[in-house]
Write a protein that binds this ligand. Structure first.
Ligand SMILES: [Zn+2]
Length: 224
């Protein structure tokens, strides 16, 4: 089997830059989230999904995402996820305390059991987001080809409202896919919206502060 071609700086400057940086900025990590969303959109356009194909796609997206995101988990899907994780760290894992935080954020639907599940399965404070993102980028580049990846990254970096457009585009695609069983379509939509929200969050914050990230703890925008 042929060895995978090395990415050249001249041909694919963005991939080269992303892959060779010690740490990525939030903005760059957000670009990788957007890239994953674009791949999903691309697949939805070319396939008529059966339920089996859909679940395989979910599984694959799970492997590519730099963060664990379960669309069925209300904590993952919350816009305050980052605050809850920060509280969790700051109170030594006292879930009752985090639960009171969900009340003050006006999210009374979140239960103690769901919080427990989230912190056991979807939270890893030691995770190095830069490294995980680069690994995802490498996998995507191998499978989708460097030209596609370079193009998506350049769209993201040079178009201000790219994420918003992408979100609309994805919604349209999902709405038009009559073949997708409605339950699966809802799940898919919720998954896409959930991680686009993360990408947005990462991007918004990057405009205020270009501090680089290495661990999850450094992703939090608020002072303790
Ligand atoms: Zn979760």
């Amino acid at each position: 089997m042929a060895k995978s071609k090395k990415i050249s700086e001249q041909e694919h400057p963005l991939i080269f830059h992303f892959m060779n940086k010690e740490r990525l900025t939030r903005y760059e990590i957000a670009a990788i989230f957007a890239l994953i969303a674009e791949i999903l959109a691309k697949r939805l356009r070319v396939h008529n999904f059966s339920e089996k194909e859909l679940s395989a796609t979910f599984e694959e997206v799970g492997k590519l995402l730099p963060l664990k995101v379960d669309p069925k988990c209300p904590v993952c899907a919350s816009p305050y996820r980052w605050q809850y994780e920060l509280y969790y760290l700051s109170c030594d894992g006292n879930l009752e305390w985090v639960l009171s935080a969900t009340r003050s954020m006006n999210e009374p639907h979140i239960t103690l059991k769901q919080l427990k599940n989230h912190f056991q399965k979807h939270f890893n404070p030691q995770l190095d987001i830069s490294k995980t993102s680069q690994k995802s980028l490498e996998m995507i580049t191998k499978r989708e080809g460097p030209d596609f990846v370079e193009k998506v990254l350049s769209h993201f970096l040079f178009t201000d409202n790219f994420l918003e457009k992408l979100e609309k585009k994805l919604e349209q695609i999902v709405d038009k896919q009559d073949e997708i069983p409605s339950k699966e379509a809802d799940l898919l939509k919720s998954l896409l919206i959930t991680f686009l929200r993360y990408a947005n969050w990462l991007r918004d914050f990057s405009q205020k502060n270009y501090q680089e990230v290495d661990k999850l703890g450094k992703l939090f925008p608020f002072e303790l």
